[in-house]
Design a protein. Sequence first.
Length: 131
Amino acid sequence: MKVLSYFVGFAIAICGLSSVHPPASAAAADITGTWELTIHNPPPGDPYTATYVLKQDGEKVTGTYHGLHGPADVTGTIKADDVTLSVTVQSLTAVTAHFSGKVTSATKMSGTVTGTDSSGKPMPWTAAKKK
């Protein structure tokens, strides 16, 4: 009887283990393409729009910024729907913008950006995929 109890317990344990699945890793959204990105400056400032041509390789993002004081290189990462981008432009001094946000659909991203003005306060940005 002890042996039977052992085998029944063992079978239950195996069945319990077979229903446990490791968490699936969330696939990164694909942001390769041309994006129109808008920084929404607080009033009385106007929104600033530029074009970002991005290429994704796994979690690594590279590309080119086309706008004021550009073109300039873009670097960043994407993990699931979390995206970070950095771009440094040369005006009188080097200015680096740091974007963080989320991919909200196949053609939309949004978040906040720092480094674009002297206040250091985060400003909202949105982006729409063009191609």
